[in-house]
Design a protein around this ligand. Structure first.
Ligand code: NAD
Length: 469
């Protein structure tokens, strides 16, 4: 079903405050001082207004004007943030998702998932959405027949490292077969411009730091990472076989943060494995402490080191990549997207505590097998060739994430009444059903009350170390 949304999205739920108002998070977190609301929790409409101002619009890259981009996995974390940038760069956006890891549209609502409803609110622009599983090739073909698509950004994948080790075939099927379907349908419709979401996990345990794109890949420590490595190999092969292909694979380091309005952010429906959402849950009192695996590594303070990058920087990296594809025929090119700065778990924790004025109890446990000690990017190739450089600082990443978290303590669920009834799609999509059969959490689990009388997700149980997805 094609869904074109014109309905006004529902704003983040209350508490902690009326939509768009200054958020009072005092009741919500392990605050140090109990001081009044932070000045950085700005009223959302203010931010929206500024972002639509004439000067701001004039300063934007409008490289997408007149072009249509298909965004797979568009309801997810990075997909929704990127869609903001794409709409603002003038692209017409067709998004698709099967909601295996994102909150679905309310059955009786406008048809758009809440993340994309809010994207429309932020940008003041409309987009088109399809509920579609990439494993359903027929349905995908229908979308390509319905629209003249110029280019594709392929975000859709499942990404939980631990789960991928338990259910390798699920990961190979969802990530590899879905990508093959997409590439075949693209080729059949003469669409050859593709940006692919890869990951720094393809580097395995780094031999040298900072990591450049020429660092060896393939010695990957988990199944999820291997799916990314195999897809990169597939992309190299198709571009060698058919010179029409024009592909950029972006190897992300560790995306964190949220859109500065606090309207969209990370709200996975599977167990989350990223450190910042877990830290925030501890800061809000929903979890007792953060578990850090390994405090005796050869790093600045003994804890693991990663390269955290603001999700809006990643988003602008995708617009820069598409822009490059429109200008130059590259066949295939690979870029790191990172800040180039390594930050330890304890350093991140201290900054998060400082900017949010909270306390995050933590426990340091012994190392886990397979954990990587340090990983950070050399992102100079993206700067040189794409004209892209990360802009946001670590405190901004923490502030933006915290704004999203405190404005939306239940994630998007507050704006999706009875989103609990996620349905298997007509032709029997396999991933969702497999997860259900295997007793995995999914977003059919209703929110339950937490100790402090507020709601919390019933998933997200994995204690964090220095591991990342
Ligand atoms: N977030 C990270 O830390 C990180 C790091 C490196 C790479 N990546 C990659 O970036 C991409 C986006 O990640 P994200 O963090 O936004 O994840 P996400 O789970 O929030 O978004 C992915 C979206 O794809 C959808 N999806 C999955 N399989 C699908 C299928 N078969 N058909 C249709 N939709 C499907 C999910 O429902 C979800 O909404 C993924 O490819 C991921 O592997 C993410």
């Amino acid at each position: 079903m094609l869904l074109r949304n014109t309905a006004q999205p529902q704003l983040p739920g209350q508490p902690p405050g009326p939509p768009g108002s200054t958020v009072d998070s005092t009741r919500w977190c392990n605050r140090r001082s109990g001081a009044a609301s932070e000045p950085w929790i700005v009223p959302a409409p203010d931010v929206l207004e500024r972002r639509r101002s004439k000067e701001w619009l004039e300063a934007r890259d409008m490289s997408g004007a007149g072009l249509t981009v298909l965004v797979t996995g568009g309801a997810g974390y990075i997909g929704s943030h990127c869609t903001v940038e794409l709409l603002q760069a003038g692209y017409a956006v067709i998004a698709l998702d099967n909601f295996v890891n994102s909150v679905p549209s309310a059955p009786s609502g406008s048809g758009l998932p809440p993340s994309l409803q809010r994207v429309q609110l932020i940008t003041g622009k409309e987009l088109t959405f399809y509920e579609c599983d990439l494993l359903d090739k027929t349905r995908l073909q229908q979308i390509f027949q319905e629209h003249k698509i110029d280019c594709v950004i392929h975000f859709a994948a499942i990404k939980a490292v631990g789960e991928s080790m338990q259910f390798p075939l699920l990961y190979y099927k969802n990530n590899l077969i879905a990508t093959i379907n997409l590439l075949e349908v693209m080729e059949a419709h003469n669409v050859y411009q593709l940006v692919f979401s890869s990951s720094c996990t393809v580097y395995g345990n780094p031999e040298s730091l900072p990591i450049t794109e020429s660092h060896p890949t393939g010695d990957v420590t988990n199944v999820y990472g291997r799916t990314k490595h195999f897809i990169e190999g597939m992309l190299k092969d198709i571009s060698a076989a058919n010179s029409k292909w024009n592909i950029i694979a972006l190897r992300y380091f560790n995306p964190v943060g949220a859109h500065p309005t606090g309207l969209i952010g990370e709200d996975p429906t599977k167990e989350f494995t990223n450190i910042m959402p877990y830290m925030a849950q501890v800061a809000m009192g929903n979890k007792p402490h953060l578990t850090i695996f390994g405090g005796d590594y050869d790093t600045v303070d003994g804890t693991g080191v990663r390269d955290y990058i603001h999700v809006m920087d990643l988003a602008s990296g995708h617009v820069a990549a598409l822009s490059k594809l429109h200008k130059d025929h590259q066949r295939i090119r690979i870029y790191n997207l990172g800040t180039g700065k390594g930050v330890s778990v304890l350093q991140l924790l201290k900054i998060f505590e400082a900017v949010t004025d909270t306390e995050i109890p933590f426990k340091i446990c012994s190392r886990r097998d397979g954990d990587i000690v340090s990983m950070y990017a050399n992102a100079s190739l993206a700067e040189k060739e794409l004209g892209w450089k990360s802009q946001f600082t670590l405190p901004q990443m923490c502030k933006d994430f915290w704004r999203w978290q405190t404005m939306n303590p239940d994630g998007y669920r507050s704006s999706v009444e009875n989103s609990v009834s996620r349905k298997a799609s007509q032709n029997g999509h396999t991933v969702t059903e497999h997860l259900k059969k295997n007793g995995h959490s999914d977003n059919s689990v209703p929110a339950k009350s937490s100790q402090n009388g507020h709601h919390q997700h019933t998933n997200g149980k994995i204690p964090m170390g220095n591991g990342h997805s």
